[in-house]
Design a protein around this ligand. Sequence first.
Ligand code: HEC
Ligand code: HEC
Ligand code: HEC
Ligand code: HEC
Ligand code: HEC
Ligand code: HEC
Ligand code: HEC
Ligand code: HEC
Length: 327
Amino acid sequence: MALKWLWVGVAMLLSFTMLWAAEPPTKKAVARDERLFEQIEEIPNLLATGKTTPERIPDPHWREDACQACHKGRPTAQNTALRGKNINRLCFNCHVPDSAKNHIHAVDMKPSAEKKNRMPEAFAQALKRGGGVITCIACHDLPMQCQKERFAERKLNPMFFRGGPFQYRTDLCFNCHDPSQYERLNPHDQITDEGTLNKKACLPCHRDSPNRFQVKSIADASFNVTDDLTQLCTGCHPWIPHPPGISSTGPNHLTKPTPEIAAFMKETEKKYGVELPLDPTNGQVFCATCHNPHERGMLQGSAGRGADAKFRLRRPSDKMCPSCHNK
Ligand code: HEC
Ligand code: HEC
Ligand code: HEC
Ligand code: HEC
Ligand code: HEC
Ligand code: HEC
Ligand code: HEC
Ligand code: HEC
C-alpha cells in the first residue's frame, strides 16, 4: 500500500517536472517549422547547416492537414502522386538514414525467390510498388496514417506496421523470413545445436565476439554502440517502462542509482553471487542490469546467472526488487 502511494507521488512529481522543463514551443515557432511540409526536400540541407534541429522536424503522420509533406496534387489508389519516385528518399528527407535508432532494417535489397514465395499478397504488392526491392512501405503501411477512417488504428499500431499490430516484433519478420531460421533473428541463441559457440550471434551486440574466458566483466567487453547500451535491446524489444509493471507513471528505472542503492546492489552481488552491471557509458541501470542476454552455459559463474531463466532475470522475479531496494 505504502509503495503504491509512493508511485503516485513519484508520478506527480515527474509530471510536474516535465511541465516545468519541457516548455512547449510557441505557436509561431510551430507554424514556422510546419512550413517545411511544403518543402521537405530542404530539410537535409537545413539540418546540415544547423538552421534546424532534428527535434524541430514537423511530424506529418496521422494528420489531416499535412498530406503535402508526401504528396503533390490529389493522391488516389491509382496515382499516389508522391513527391518523389524514390520512396526511401522521400522518407529520408526527415528520417536520417544512417542512425541506428531510426530503423532496424536495411532497404533496397531484392528479396530471394524463397522470401518472395513466403510473402503474403499485401507484402508482395508493396514490394512491387517499391520497384521490386525492399522500401519503407514493405513494412510500414502508409495509407493507415493517410486516411482519416484508419486513424483509430494508431492506438494499437503506432508505427503503422503492415498487417500489424504484432504481439512480437518477430511476427512481422516471419512474413518474409523463414521461422526455422529463427536462430538468426534471436541473438540470445548463442550455442548451436551441436553445442559449439555461435560467434556470429554475438555481433548484434558486441563489436567482436568476446573471448568468454578472458573477458570477465562488462568493462572489458566491446559493444556496437558507444553511448546508452539500452539501444542494444530497444531495436527488437519495444521499451515499455517497467518494473514495477505499471504503465509509464512508474518510477524511471533507467537512471543512475543513488549511492545507497549502488552500495546495496554491490552487497547483493557478493551475497548471492550474481552480477548487476551498470551501463559503463553513463553509470545507469539498463536492460542488462536486470536481464541476462546470454544463453545458459555460455558464461560461467556470476556472469551466467539468469541466462535463459524466466524473463532472463538475473534473480527470480520475487527477488528482483529486494536486490536493489533495502526495504
Ligand atoms: C509520411 C508521408 C505521407 C503522408 C503525410 C501522407 N501520405 Fe498518403 N501515401 C504515402 C505513401 C508513401 C503512399 C503509397 C503507399 C503504397 O504504395 O503502399 C500513400 C498512399 C496514399 C493513397 C493511396 C491509398 C491506397 O489505397 O493505395 C491516398 C489516397 C493517400 N495516400 C492520401 C493521403 C492523404 C489524403 C493524406 C493527408 C491526409 C496523406 N495521404 C498523407 C505517404 C504519405
Ligand atoms: C516531414 C517529415 C517527415 C516525413 C517526410 C516522414 N516522416 Fe516519419 N516521422 C517524422 C517525425 C517528426 C516523426 C516523429 C519522430 C519522433 O517522434 O521521434 C516521425 C515518425 C515516424 C514513425 C514512428 C511513429 C511512432 O509513433 O513511433 C515511423 C514508422 C515513420 N515516421 C515512418 C516514415 C516513413 C516510412 C516515411 C516515408 C513514407 C516517413 N516517415 C516520412 C517526420 C517525417
Ligand atoms: C523489414 C521491415 C522494415 C522496413 C523495410 C523498414 N522498417 Fe522502419 N521499422 C521496422 C520495425 C520492426 C520498427 C520498430 C523498431 C523499434 O521499435 O525500434 C521500425 C521503426 C521505424 C521508425 C521508428 C523508430 C523509432 O525509434 O521510433 C521509423 C521512423 C522507421 N521505422 C522508418 C523507416 C523508414 C524511413 C524506412 C525506409 C527507409 C523503414 N522504416 C523501413 C521495420 C521496418
Ligand atoms: C518485407 C520482407 C521482410 C520483412 C518483413 C523483414 N525482412 Fe529482413 N530481410 C528481407 C530481405 C529481402 C533481406 C535481404 C536478404 C535476403 O533476401 O535473403 C533481409 C535481410 C535481413 C537480415 C540480414 C541477414 C539475412 O538474413 O540475410 C536480418 C538480420 C533481417 N533481415 C532481420 C529482420 C528482422 C529482425 C525483421 C523483423 C523486424 C525482418 N528482417 C523483416 C526482407 C524482410
Ligand atoms: C543481445 C545482446 C548480446 C549478445 C547477442 C551477446 N552479448 Fe555479451 N554482453 C551483452 C551485454 C549487455 C553485456 C554486459 C552485461 C553483462 O556483463 O552481462 C555483455 C557482456 C559479455 C561478457 C562479459 C561478461 C561478464 O563477465 O560480465 C562476455 C564474456 C560476453 N558478453 C560474451 C558474449 C559472447 C561470446 C557472445 C556471443 C556468443 C555474446 N556475448 C552475445 C550483450 C550481448
Ligand atoms: C535482434 C533482435 C533482438 C535483440 C537485439 C535483443 N533481443 Fe531479446 N529477444 C529477441 C527474441 C527473438 C526473443 C525471443 C522471443 C520469444 O521467444 O518469444 C527475445 C527474448 C528476450 C527476453 C525474454 C522475453 C520473455 O517474454 O521471456 C528478454 C528479457 C530479452 N529478450 C531481453 C533482451 C535484452 C536485455 C537485450 C539487449 C541486451 C535484447 N533482448 C536484445 C530478440 C532480440
Ligand atoms: C530494474 C530491473 C529491470 C530493468 C532495468 C529492465 N527490466 Fe525488463 N523486466 C524486469 C522484470 C522484473 C520483468 C518481469 C515482469 C513480470 O514478472 O511480468 C521484466 C520483463 C521483461 C520482458 C518480458 C516481458 C514481456 O512482456 O514479454 C522483456 C522483453 C524485457 N523485460 C525487456 C527489457 C528491456 C528491453 C529493458 C531495457 C530497455 C528492460 N527490460 C529493463 C526487470 C527489468
Ligand atoms: C537494478 C536495481 C533495481 C531493481 C532490480 C529495482 N529497482 Fe527500483 N529503483 C532503482 C533505482 C536506481 C531507482 C532510482 C532511485 C533514485 O533515483 O532515487 C529506483 C527507484 C524506485 C522507486 C522510486 C522511489 C525510490 O526508492 O527512489 C520505486 C517505488 C521502485 N524503484 C520500486 C521498485 C520495485 C517495485 C522493484 C521490483 C519490481 C524495483 N524497484 C526493482 C533500482 C532498482
